[in-house]
Design a protein around this ligand. Structure first.
Ligand code: GLU
Length: 466
């Protein structure tokens, strides 16, 4: 690869089932590589499995990528819309003798397979219909629609230098002549991938290692079509918390659910980036740093294991790094879901600034901020424990003072101190019942800062409910 090669990568999901974190990591790396190298990132939807593909799954892919900021430069291309192109290449291959019609029926194939198994051989197509110089082919049976098979090279091997796994070699003898079109003429998976990767001028294929076994077949088709194959990087699987391959069947959540649960896109990008790639010991980094650092030389060889507690920790770090204004617009969405209308303004940003350090998601942040917009109901235990008859006169006095104080942190703080002094109390003896009455809980950040963000009337009314 020359240094000034224009990098073109792609993400080629099959829209079967809702895309989860494990799948979308296969979008993150090609996206990051394209961005890091000023290349082009392409989205291609592999929707030829009509039974299992759905528009809803396409929507989650597009929405999830948009949320995570994995923007594509070209596409989405849909394989179902490219059928004519595949058929054209099939015709060319048949004409050029790179592929041939095979009339072997399923019954014959099954019988062949059984004979091979009985003889302890690996089942493979035996080349009955493969034309060779001087060979007479069987008579074409009437009424049988043939499949098209690719003429795989005989002898030798297919070798590639995988960016993750190193040198991989498959002997051609292990690869039989792949069916590239079904009896009804529809092209098959491995063939479509190659035509697409050629037409889309893909330079680097970065995908899950469940495709390693397809790669030698794809490379042979590339070469038959007179093209050099792209660079391959096969990513190890992502395991779930139980150590199984992450999949929808065993509880993986759709990517968009993380957004709904209050995770930040940058944190998820950071977390996923580290789940199969490293930059020294760096755990927490911004999107910009990631793009500066990303390369294919530091992809990990072993499977990454998903750990939700770690993801929450990464998210908490990103909550701290995120500006209050950005958090305000994210928490607004969460509040809105609870029926709370909160304008994105200085006050909401101030609340985010005050509470973000103690929250690992924007859902937790919304749990805190709700008290500013709807009445709180302190628990009976908290009331009994903290809002005692002994302290009620001090609370009433504080309410009176605050009713006339300037409404800022310093003045609120002064009113509290004056009340404590007057009633000979220690700070927590007043501050805790104030928290319980105003915030509905006994622990909060510094009480003057918390109160300042309420309206004066609201604080006084809640204190007078003692
Ligand atoms: N559609 C394939 C999948 O979802 C990916 C194919 C590829 O990246 O070559 O597993």
């Amino acid at each position: 690869m020359s240094n000034n090669q224009h990098i073109r990568t792609r993400f080629a999901p099959s829209p079967t089932g809702f895309i989860h974190l494990g799948n979308i990591r296969s979008a993150l790396y090609p996206w990051a590589f394209a961005r890091a190298k000023q290349g082009t990132f392409i989205l291609r939807i592999e929707d030829t499995d009509l039974e299992r593909s759905s528009q809803a799954a396409v929507d989650v892919i597009v929405e999830g990528m948009k949320w995570l900021g994995l923007d594509h430069d070209e596409g989405p291309f849909f394989q179902m819309q490219r059928m004519e192109r595949y058929k054209e290449v099939l015709r060319q291959m048949l004409e050029a003798g790179l592929a041939y019609h095979c009339y072997m029926s399923t019954t014959e194939l099954d019988a062949l397979r059984e004979r091979q198994m009985a003889a302890k051989q690996k089942p493979r197509y035996d080349g009955t219909w493969r034309p060779e110089p001087g060979k007479t082919l069987p008579p074409v049976p009437a009424g049988v629609q043939p499949v098209v098979r690719f003429r795989n090279p005989i002898g030798g091997s297919v070798v590639w230098e995988d960016k993750v796994k190193g040198r991989i070699e498959f002997s051609n003898d292990e690869l039989d002549d792949l069916v590239i079109a079904r009896p009804d003429g529809t092209p098959t998976y491995n063939f479509c991938v190659v035509v697409d990767d050629i037409d889309m001028r893909i330079t680097h294929v970065i995908r899950g290692d469940d495709h390693v076994n397809n790669t030698p077949r794809q490379i042979n088709i590339f070469r038959a079509l007179g093209q050099e194959p792209p660079v391959y990087a096969h990513l190890p699987t992502v395991l779930n918390e139980q150590g199984e391959k992450m999949s929808k069947r065993n509880g993986a959540k759709p990517v968009t659910q993380y957004r709904d649960e209050g995770f930040l896109a940058d944190a998820v990008v950071n977390y996923l980036a580290r789940l199969g790639w490293s930059h020294g010991d760096d755990e927490i980094f911004s999107r910009e740093q990631f793009l500066q650092w990303f390369d294919l030389d530091h992809l990990g060889k072993s499977a990454g294991q998903y750990d939700e507690a770690k993801l929450r920790w990464v998210n908490a770090q990103h909550m701290k790094m995120t500006s209050d204004t950005v958090l305000a617009s994210l928490v607004q969405v969460q509040l809105d879901k609870r029926g709370i209308t909160a304008p994105v303004d200085q006050r909401l940003a101030g609340m985010c600034g005050l509470f973000k350090d103690r929250c690992s998601t924007t859902v937790e942040l919304a749990d805190w901020l709700a008290m500013y917009f709807v009445a709180t109901s302190p628990s009976d235990e908290d009331r009994a424990a903290h809002v005692t008859d002994a302290v009620k006169p001090a609370i009433a006095a504080l309410a009176d003072r605050l009713a006339h104080a300037d409404w800022n942190k310093a003045a609120i703080s002064q009113a509290i101190k004056d009340t404590i002094a007057e009633h000979k109390l220690k700070m927590p003896q007043l501050a805790v019942p104030v928290r319980v009455l105003v915030c509905g809980r006994a622990q909060t950040p510094s009480i003057d800062a918390v109160l300042e963000l309420f309206s004066r009337d609201e604080v006084v009314t809640r204190l007078r409910s003692a």
